[in-house]
Ligand binder design. Structure first.
Ligand code: PGA
Length: 249
């Protein structure tokens, strides 16, 4: 059986000092567990402090929330993937709904960022998800599969085999509304089918996470849904005790 993946997306929360305190509390509440993968995505400015706090806990992976597609140069305010790796990240979150819809990053940029992450030696959690109007028009799968195929378009099949996907319906993010476990299964099944066309190997198991208003209360039922291999958690990951309890699910 695949190990479930629990990923915490802190978004623009928890600076370096707060990160230190958070991780002390979290690590005390969450002893090493080999039967699951835990990834924490702090803001880039807190990566180094987080890496230091996690130095004796290789079971907890560190990720960067965003990278630029160029390696370096005149891109004020941005972070390159190699820099994120140098700061301790091994994973990059790419294509998050807030990057797509608040910062206007489309499929092409998402694809370039995925490629840049791999070039720097990071793996990727690629996020996909439909807006409410797209769901209302019955275009959920079309949108999600378009984002998926575009996002991986610059990767080799061997690289695709190393990624994780996070299905996060935009209307569920930060709203308290979640997809039903059945809805999640339907979309995850479509994603799995599309991935199998690219990665032509039976034993490649790409984790497909669900995200969008995951809480301590609903984590268990979502995780039990067929094809849901993990959870990407925003708001509920900001409290270390709640996050430890979700990561124990
Ligand atoms: P949420 O965020 O859990 O606060 O809805 C999830 C995400 O944006 O990754």
């Amino acid at each position: 059986m695949k190990k479930p993946v629990f990923a915490a997306n802190w978004k623009m929360n928890l600076g370096p000092q707060e990160t230190r305190g958070y991780l002390k509390t979290f690590l005390e509440a969450f002893p090493p567990a080999e039967d699951r993968t835990v990834i924490i995505f702090p803001p880039a400015i807190s990566l180094v402090v987080a890496g230091f706090a996690l130095r004796d806990r290789p079971d907890v992976m560190l990720g960067v929330q965003n990278v630029h597609w160029e390696e370096k140069g005149a891109f004020t305010g941005e972070n390159g993937a190699a820099m994120a790796k140098d700061a301790g990240a091994t994973v990059a979150l790419v294509g998050h709904s807030e990057r797509r819809h608040t910062f206007g990053e489309g499929d092409e940029i998402t694809a370039k960022k995925c490629a840049a992450a791999f070039k720097a030696g990071l793996t990727v959690v690629l996020c996909v998800g439909e807006k409410i109007e797209e769901r209302d028009r019955n275009t959920t799968q079309a949108v999600v599969l378009r984002q998926l195929k575009a996002g991986i378009s610059r990767l080799t099949p061997a690289q695709v085999a190393q990624i994780a996907i996070a299905y996060e319906p935009v209307w569920a993010i930060g709203t308290g509304r979640t997809a039903t476990p059945e809805d999640a299964t339907t979309v995850h099944t479509a994603i799995r089918r599309a991935l199998k066309e690219v990665v032509n190997a039976k034993n490649v198991e790409i984790p497909i996470l669900y995200g969008g208003s995951v809480s301590k209360e609903n984590a268990d039922s979502l995780l039990k849904a067929p094809e849901v291999d993990g959870l990407l958690v925003g708001g509920a990951s900001l409290d270390p005790a709640i996050w430890a309890s979700i990561a124990h699910t």
